[in-house]
Design a protein around this ligand. Structure first.
Ligand SMILES: *Cc1c(COP(=O)(O)O)cnc(C)c1O
Length: 408
């Protein structure tokens, strides 16, 4: 197998043989497939094996892989030059389209990754409020910046502890961690630290810990508590943005944050991400204000072209979110029928996950390997969502349900 040969070579050249840890497939006791190409809902590895793809590059491929209009937009941009380090017309079009689709993005800035977007939004919140602490939730992932790689400290009201080597405890202690959906814990943290808290950062659907939906009233309560204490509310919409609705989770749930972050879909498969929100807060960002943030490749012409093309296709298709949700429901319903009490299958729109009750790690690993053997490529971790694209057919969906029927 070419994949195995490549992996062996890669392991001597890159940490774990990969450029992002989950790709190593260690959690499911496997080694990675190396990918040669992808089109629509299908992905093909270097050994010529084709799979129905439920990773979708972790979200960006909402229109399916290599959508012709997106690829053409990138080709066209490439012909004019790859990067200038100076403003381009497309960036203005992007900022205007973002504000049209997500009205809370009064002003926004492009960066290159979701990690950078969250890190920058948090810095803007700190600069604006003059406060140092932030609140995050244990089940949420916000990229790998120092202050976000933390776990709850020994006491609920104390600062967090590093969740990665190399993160100074002095950074971690400025992050306070609450359990997702636990509004009383948030109230307690604010009662103890309210005047020091710059912002609450939350995934409006926790999509990096399986898929955990916000309890009714949770996001509304965060909105109310932050406003009451003069802190900002930051929605990390890197996954939910342009996936649950054109206006993201903030439109879907009807709760408006002060700042939000976007990634994945907003780059249309290229490295682009966005943070933005209230104009008064964003005015603290350089060169208008004292919060420094910059990027050599920020607003890169190719990435902006891919993102713009993707967002325009989503906007031009008023039924797309209903179609995506119908597919998500078809898959979730089918899996629930087959698995019954064996597994939970939380789903919202085109995001879902499968969480086995008994021996969840081992059972998931067996499930993942069965899927792979049936020509289905799913995220090699039970904490990652399955992503459905507009290119997935009912047959693609039913293939997973048929596999579930064989799963012992
Ligand atoms: C993927 C993700 C990030 C990090 O984005 P990168 O582009 O991988 O740096 C941040 N927040 C959420 C919610 C994500 O899903």
């Amino acid at each position: 197998m070419k994949s195995d040969e490549l992996f062996e070579t890669a392991c001597g050249l890159m940490p774990g043989g990969v450029n992002s840890p989950v790709r190593a497939c260690r959690r499911v006791g496997a080694t990675p497939r190396f990918i040669a190409s992808a089109r629509g809902s299908h992905i093909t590895d270097v050994d010529g094996i084709e799979y129905v793809d439920y990773v979708c590059s972790w979200g960006p491929a909402i229109l399916g892989h290599a959508h012709p209009a997106v690829v053409e937009a990138v080709r066209e941009a490439a012909r004019d030059g790859l990067t200038f380090g100076a403003p381009t017309p497309r960036e203005v079009e992007m900022a205007a389209l973002l504000r049209e689709l997500v009205p809370s993005l009064e002003t926004s800035r492009m960066v290159c990754s979701g990690t950078e977007a969250v890190m920058s939004a948090v810095r803007a919140a700190r600069g604006f409020t003059g406060r140092d602490d932030i609140v995050k939730f244990a089940d949420c992932y916000h990229g790998h910046s120092d202050g976000m790689l933390v776990k709850a400290g020994s006491g609920a009201l104390t600062g967090a502890e590093p969740d990665s080597a190399g993160v100074p405890a002095d950074y971690a202690r400025h992050t306070l961690v609450a359990p997702y959906n636990d509004i009383e814990a948030v109230e307690r943290i604010f009662a103890a630290h309210g005047s020091d808290i710059a912002a609450v950062v939350v995934e409006p659907v926790a999509a990096n810990a399986g898929v955990i939906l916000p309890k009714p009233g949770f996001l509304e309560a965060l909105r109310e508590i932050t406003s009451r204490h003069g802190a900002l509310l930051i929605f990390d919409e890197v996954i939910t943005g342009f996936r649950l609705a054109l206006g993201g989770a903030q439109e879907y749930y009807g709760v408006t944050p002060d700042l939000s972050t976007f990634g994945k879909i907003v780059g249309g498969g290229m490295p682009a991400a966005v943070y933005g929100g209230r104009a008064d807060v964003m005015r603290t960002v350089a060169p208008e204000g004292p919060v420094y943030q910059a990027g050599t490749l920020a607003g890169n012409p190719l990435a902006t072209a891919a993102g713009l093309a993707t967002l325009r296709l989503l906007k031009a298709d008023p039924d797309i979110y209903a179609r995506l949700a119908a597919k998500g429901e078809r898959l979730a319903r089918g899996l629930r029928e087959v698995f019954g009490a064996r597994a939970e299958v939380p789903q919202v729109g085109s995001l879902l996950s499968v969480s086995f009750r008994d021996d969840p790690d081992v059972t998931f690993a067996r499930w993942w390997r069965l899927l792979l053997s049936r020509g289905i490529y799913a995220a090699p971790s039970r904490f990652e969502a399955m992503f459905i694209s507009d290119a997935h057919t009912d047959d693609d969906i039913d293939l997973v349900i048929e596999a579930a029927k064989e799963f012992r």
